[in-house]
Design a protein around this ligand. Structure first.
Ligand code: CMC
Length: 414
């Protein structure tokens, strides 16, 4: 099974290399002198917020690189734990470094009882991302060293958060259904433990490996909204818990991480493969955005979707209960890509992620927290890198309102 998955990913990588454009995009490999010139559009499009060695996205070519390693290699050969190590510490670990890191993560999975108490008080109707956000914030209240903003102290918090996110997510998933949260299972690695904490069952090899790959694919992605949010908060020398709490809040939105669950709602709304064309025609006519498509940076096929698409197909072969949704999804991809080719709209990471999560047994409302379980590595890696040479983020807005209005007393305002 592992070999088959590896081959699917390497094939996706070969396809990516064959299909993507040669359009050059500037690459910097040395020092960058600020100020630099850039043209800034709405939504900070084109703005440069920092230099980084954590990760690189080349939108024209469809490249994604973590610390110099391309995403196809990481997905084929790495694990989430190793990927998190690479993001945090800058290079592939030796065997003993990885063993030690995995052990440290396992030892830090336990969540303090007061956080569980807070989660129990949250209504099951609350969105799981809001519950997760509250839990991360509460963790900060319990750490007496939370205000130590040295890189060393914040690195410890980062590792602790990476370790605890599956436990928090599992608790949120179970409490929604009135089920007792489970204790982390030290026999299981990160992805398998996450699934166990949600479903109560240790997953089979296929489910574990595919979820592990999904976590690798979501771990970092340039200056996306939640990463930038985390960095902005951290740049004021606030604490890492607060910064990550803000990152969770930002990821929740449907234009960002929240798109993965919206894709599933859309696929369910479409209902049957033969309804796809009419559904899209209506969406297009009413300018409704199709969730899981388009990207600010990628103007080529998102490499993460290139991997998740075939993996969703593989899961469906083994778990045919999602076969109809998969068929609807592949038809929707054909229709959207065909009709929106000029705008260079392709599936993004969120399009097939939801199908993958569904097939491994995760309910739709829990999909964005799974994204957070992974992205916490990228958030903290970039916040820590920036903290090493920190300058508070402080852009400006162009004021377009009036100036010098008279202050009219209440009685004369009509
Ligand atoms: N469906 C239909 N049209 C689209 C879509 C879409 N999903 N995405 C972009 N467009 C069109 C858009 O209508 C606009 O057309 P026009 O120029 O004629 O007005 C053009 O493409 C540019 O779109 P935009 O909204 O200005 O692009 P943006 O860079 O501000 O937004 C985006 C990027 C990802 C928010 C957007 O593509 C979108 O809303 N997609 C759907 C939500 C989604 O899938 N989000 C997940 C993003 S990837 C993972 C993540 O970050 O979590």
């Amino acid at each position: 099974m592992r070999k088959r998955i590896e081959e699917l990913i390497l094939e996706a990588g070969r396809k990516a290399r064959a299909e993507t454009s040669d359009e050059p995009e500037p690459q910097y490999t040395g020092d960058v002198e600020f100020p630099i010139e850039c043209k800034v559009g709405r939504g900070l499009e084109g703005a440069v917020a920092s230099t980084t060695k954590v990760g690189y996205v080349n939108g024209a070519r469809g490249w994604l690189v973590y610390r110099g390693h391309n995403i196809f290699d990481l997905a084929a050969y790495s694990t989430y734990e190793e990927t998190a190590y690479v993001l945090l510490f800058g290079a592939l670990p030796t065997k003993s470094q990885l063993d030690e890191f995995k052990q440290e993560l396992k030892s830090k999975r336990g969540v303090p009882a007061p956080v569980m108490e807070v989660l129990r008080q949250i209504s099951p109707k609350t969105h799981p991302m809001s519950a997760l956000r509250t839990a991360v914030s509460m963790l900060g209240n319990l750490d007496p060293n939370a205000d130590d903003t040295s890189v060393e102290a914040e690195t410890k918090v980062a590792i602790q958060l990476i370790a605890m996110f599956p436990t928090l997510t599992g608790a949120v998933a179970r409490l929604r259904w009135n089920k007792e949260p489970l204790q982390p299972n030290p026999e299981l690695d990160h992805a398998a433990n996450l699934l166990y904490l949600i479903t109560g069952d240790a997953p089979d090899e296929l489910k574990e490996r595919v979820l592990d790959i999904a976590l690798i694919l979501h771990a970092d992605h340039g200056m996306n909204a939640s990463t930038f949010t985390t960095m902005v908060v951290n740049s004021s020398l606030s604490d890492m818990y607060g910064s990550v709490t803000a990152g969770v809040a930002s990821l929740k939105g449907p234009l960002h991480g929240g798109a993965n669950e919206r894709v599933l709602y859309d696929l369910e709304e479409i209902g049957e493969p033969e309804n796809v064309d009419a559904w899209f025609a209506k969406a297009d006519a009413t300018k409704r955005k199709v969730m899981g498509f388009g990207h600010r940076v990628y103007k080529a096929y998102d490499p993460r979707a290139r991997i998740l698409g075939p993996l969703a197909g593989l899961l469906v072969e083994h778990h045919p209960h999602e076969a109809k949704l998969y068929k609807i999804a592949t038809r929707l991809e054909t229709v959207v890509c065909g009709k929106m080719a000029e705008k260079k709209i392709f599936p993004n990471v969120d399009f097939y992620a939801g199908l993958v999560y569904r097939a491994v047994g995760i309910e739709t409302a829990m999909m964005t927290p799974i994204f957070a379980v992974s992205r916490v590595a990228g958030w903290t890696a970039r916040a820590l890198e920036y903290l090493g040479d920190n300058r508070i983020y402080r852009p400006r807005a162009i004021y377009t309102g009036p100036i010098h209005l008279d202050y009219r007393p209440m009685g004369s305002r009509g």
